[in-house]
Design a binder for this molecule. Sequence first.
Ligand SMILES: Nc1ncnc2c1ncn2[C@@H]1O[C@H](COP(=O)(O)OP(=O)(O)O)[C@@H](O)[C@H]1O
Ligand SMILES: [Mg+2]
Length: 302
Amino acid sequence: MKIAMMARNPNLYSHRRLKEAAEERGHEFHIFNTLRCYMNIASRRPEIYYNDGEKLTGFDAVIPRIGASVTFYGLAVLRQFEMMGVYPLNESVAIGRSRDKLRSMQLMARDGIGLPVTTFAHDPKQTEAVLELAGGAPVVIKLLEGTQGIGVVLADTKRSATSVVEAFRGAKVNILLQEFIKEAGGTDIRAIVVGGKVIAAMKRTGAEGDFRSNLHRGGSAKLIKLSPEERLTATRAAKSMGLNVCGVDMLRANHGPVVMEVNSSPGLEGVEMATGLDVAGKIIEYIEKHAKPGATRTKGKG
Ligand SMILES: Nc1ncnc2c1ncn2[C@@H]1O[C@H](COP(=O)(O)OP(=O)(O)O)[C@@H](O)[C@H]1O
Ligand SMILES: [Mg+2]
């Protein structure tokens, strides 16, 4: 097969591993810097060009690894691939859903998936009311489109919560308020779901004194065995987003697993190191089973 990967940095561990895994299996693998792709949208035949005018043709599948900061343009390029009939590992629509924390929470709530109590308001006058709804302080305050733990704040008191909300609102960014799951103890679970199955899972623990367990924030990872309920929660969350491949982040709350977010381009380094599993290989295998020209369902609509 001829596989394209949209990624800005070809040297990242995850990107090197996906290339390696594909080439080991005899596939042709090309990495394109998302921001150097340009498109012809008006013509009847959708086209993508690269760099100095190389036309991208003949691809059977595309692996989108779109960084949070380039979501808008990245999804446009991915839609273009979809319109050309190239099989996307994750569809543009599904990635778009998962990138917005509020939208993804609403979709998972609709599907009855366990979530931390999450509240949201536009008007700063309602800050107090949404804070009460979230159970009062301590409360977690999050940017709607944050990533890697940046933009996630724990406010211990009502007063600090109010000032953090005011600061964020003053900076004109959208936020949500969330019940603080104290019993998680600075630890969360990441389950990697591929094709509706959990293929690897790890427990992440935050750096000393940090309630955020992101590896980018100095957290550490260990292999973990999930309970059947946790497995089911992870696969249901993936299904709710419509993602074929994703990392589902959960907290162990007293009343069972709750999902915090679903990541459409999960990093592979932490999870492969912690579990010793060939996650990249499983992803390529999934593509081998599913990529047929024209197999994308949405064709870039929506
Ligand atoms: N409601 C919460 N209760 C307890 N810990 C939380 C809560 N929300 C987030 N965290 C911690 O903060 C980390 C980052 O939050 P997350 O929503 O995943 O944001 P990001 O997209 O920046 O990774 C999580 O991995 C978890 O360890
Ligand atoms: Mg996270």
